[in-house]
Design a protein around this ligand. Structure first.
Ligand code: APR
Length: 240
């Protein structure tokens, strides 16, 4: 059965990796497109441990604004199509996302692996306690477990270790198809997954608005907006 040049057997294990592009049509900004988040904020100030230590209020304000955008956004047809694939594919479908929004879950996906953390979770930098984040977090908030005023969004900043890497590597080793959706391939380790997959003989497909920085590493490509291209690809895969 073909998926645009990428041949997989029905029920073959699939590993999906999504990036900001899958949430773009839900109104959440991407990072590196024209006008993207990193053209409006210096990532060193708002997405590094050093930036947080320098000005926790600035960092909390940045994530409070993104959390408000997330709560006001709705899943788009791409999120819903990936949930349908997880529900109806007669094999394992592992969904890894670089996104910190909850649109995959609100679109019906389960067991989403958030390798860069989640806006909806809070972390105490002093004791490591985690809890559901309030809509607005402030540098003066006390940790509900240890009382320290060291609360931060439970997101992975540049220079920190992404979450769930063992689970991801295990899924990568078992996959027969690796599909990257809506990611620029600019940030490792996620950007390296396609090369790992290819080296292990896994078939690879890139679904993106434009070729990513690692496009050449993929066997096949589907170009276009995720909300149109992903549902069409999922329906053809499920019908195959
Ligand atoms: N449909 C599909 N793809 C899209 C769409 C769309 N509607 N709009 C944009 N894209 C693509 C862009 O072409 C680009 O390749 O999505 C990608 C977005 O790239 P980035 O903005 O770099 O986002 P991402 O790849 O998720 O960034 C990775 O970098 O800043 C860190 O932690 C942050 O998780 C993020 C990581």
């Amino acid at each position: 059965m073909g998926t645009d040049g990428v041949i997989v057997g029905r029920g073959a294990p699939i590993l999906l990796l999504t990036g900001a592009g899958v949430s773009a049509e839900s109104g959440l900004g991407t990072f590196r497109d024209a006008g993207g988040i990193w053209s409006r904020y210096d990532l060193a100030d708002v997405a590094t441990p050093e930036g947080f230590a320098r000005d926790p209020a600035l960092v909390q304000g940045f994530y409070n604004a993104r959390r408000a955008n997330m709560l006001a956004a709705a899943p788009n047809p791409a999120h819903r199509a990936l949930a349908r694939l997880q529900a109806h594919w007669p094999g394992a479908v592992t969904l890894v996302t670089q996104n910190i929004d909850d649109l995959h879950e609100r679109g019906g996906s389960h067991d989403v692996i958030h390798m860069h953390g989640e806006l909806s979770r809070a972390l105490c930098a002093a004791c490591g306690h985690r809890w559901d984040a309030p809509a607005e977090m402030h540098a003066s908030d006390a940790c509900p477990a240890c009382g320290a005023q060291a609360t931060r969004p439970d997101v992975v900043w540049f220079g920190e270790i992404p979450y769930h890497m063992e689970r991801i590597e295990t899924a990568l080793a078992r996959a027969e198809l690796f599909v990257a959706i809506g990611t620029s391939g600019a940030v490792y380790p996620a950007a390296g997954f396609v090369s790992e997959a290819a080296a292990a003989g896994v078939r690879t497909l890139e679904i993106n608005l434009a070729p990513s920085e690692v496009a050449d590493a993929f066997d096949a490509h589907l170009l276009g907006p995720a909300s149109e291209v992903v549902p069409d690809w999922v329906e053809r895969l499920l019908a195959g």
